[in-house]
Design a protein around this ligand. Structure first.
Ligand SMILES: Cc1cc2nc3c(=O)[nH]c(=O)nc-3n(C[C@H](O)[C@H](O)[C@H](O)COP(=O)(O)OP(=O)(O)OC[C@H]3O[C@@H](n4cnc5c(N)ncnc54)[C@H](O)[C@@H]3O)c2cc1C
Ligand code: FES
Length: 327
């Protein structure tokens, strides 16, 4: 049945990669047609939902779909994880937003994805490959169980390195270990693109700085309108201020003030915690008295359930490399 005239955008596929990371494929032919690597959308789940910026992790023009990979980090993403199923309709999916990746005439490029960052870096790897560049892919996870899209990413790469903090897969160590290896092997790298937690992008930029390799990072400040009007997403780049939603989200990694970004990401922690707790409480109250809370999903399973533990790809300043948040 053609139900595209109905309000909202239908989820046509869902895949869960771990307890906190999941994929949604959304029917949105116009977005699929317009999307370019490096861009993002702002989604709203329902009438009372918050605006959630999410990178376009993939798009399929023939199927007319866009793919989002989401980490359940707080109230809204946790709610998406609990309620979004095949057939669910998202109230709005606005975009594509942000400046698309400028592929330039780069001949050799290193693409680095840390944890969840593998998803946003994937369309870039594919685009560089299609543009004729030699692509070296490096992905890193805390542990083997969290790995996703390895084969999909590898298929776009001429060389591929996987790293894990605990050594359960690939090189034992952080993605910077993989970057150092790539730099040692190739003296002619034109550009490195790193996407992941701010601390990981900062470390990647510091690794390439002494070698003078152009380094592009994709920033994730808190966004509100996504149109350059509210100033919420301002980031310090060199001596200037930029708005990540319209000037970015990609910037020169050697110019980014990562400490300022990480401080700003911490600013609303208390409010975010309260919102999550209130939502968890509301979920619990909606359960019938004799129901099994565990069966209703993680957020409903008791007050002891705090903010979920998230992977290295967490878009949050609190992540310390190699360690789950809050440890
Ligand atoms: C350009 C861009 C692309 C992003 N792409 C992805 C993606 O592909 N997948 C993914 O899982 N996440 C992505 N994020 C982060 C995602 O938007 C936040 O995790 C989400 O908004 C958190 O909302 P929450 O209510 O679940 O959690 P909250 O508890 O409200 O927040 C958890 C953390 O998420 C961050 N955050 C909160 N609100 C926002 C906001 N409005 N904008 C940005 N960050 C926020 C803060 O660091 C906060 O500490 C992206 C962010 C930006 C700016
Ligand atoms: S999100 Fe408001 S200016 Fe960028």
């Amino acid at each position: 049945m053609d139900n595209r005239h109905e309000a909202g955008f239908e989820i046509v596929a869902r895949e869960d990669f771990s307890d906190v990371t999941f994929l949604l494929e959304i029917d949105h032919p116009l977005m699929a047609k317009a999307a370019r690597p490096g861009q993002f959308v702002i989604t709203i789940l329902h009438d009372h939902g918050e605006r959630i910026p999410l990178t376009i992790a993939d798009f399929d023009r023939e199927r007319g779909t866009v793919t989002l990979v989401i980490q359940a980090a707080g109230k809204s993403t946790r709610e998406m994880q609990q309620t979004c199923r095949v057939g669910t309709r998202l109230l709005s999916v606005t975009g594509p937003m942000g400046e698309p990746t400028d592929l330039g005439d780069v001949r050799k490029v290193v693409l680095v994805g840390g944890g969840l960052g593998v998803a946003p870096v994937f369309p870039q790897a594919r685009a560089y490959k299609e543009n004729g560049a030699y692509v070296i892919g490096i992905i890193g996870f805390r542990t083997k169980e969290l790995v996703f899209w390895e084969d999909k990413f590898k298929a776009c790469c001429d060389e591929f390195i996987i790293c894990s903090d605990d050594g359960s897969v690939g090189i034992k160590g952080l993605v910077t270990e993989g970057i150092k290896r790539a730099i040692r092997k190739h003296g002619d790298i034109d550009r490195l693109v790193a996407i992941g937690p701010p601390i990981m992008m900062k470390a990647a930029a510091e690794t390439t700085r002494p070698h003078g390799i152009e380094t592009v990072v994709s920033l994730n400040p808190i966004m509100v309108d996504g149109t350059g009007m509210c100033g919420g997403c301002r980031v310090k780049i060199g001596d200037g201020i930029k708005f990540a939603c319209v000037d970015g989200p990609e910037f020169d990694g050697h110019e980014v003030d990562f400490d300022d970004l990480m401080n700003r990401l911490q600013r609303y922690k208390a409010d975010e915690k309260l919102a999550f707790e209130k939502w968890s409480e509301d979920c619990r109250q909606q359960l019938p008295e004799d129901s099994d809370p565990a069966a209703a999903g993680p957020a409903a399973s008791g007050p002891e359930r705090q903010q979920p533990q998230v992977d290295a790809g967490m878009f949050d300043g609190t992540y310390r490399m190699g360690m789950p948040k809050g440890k």
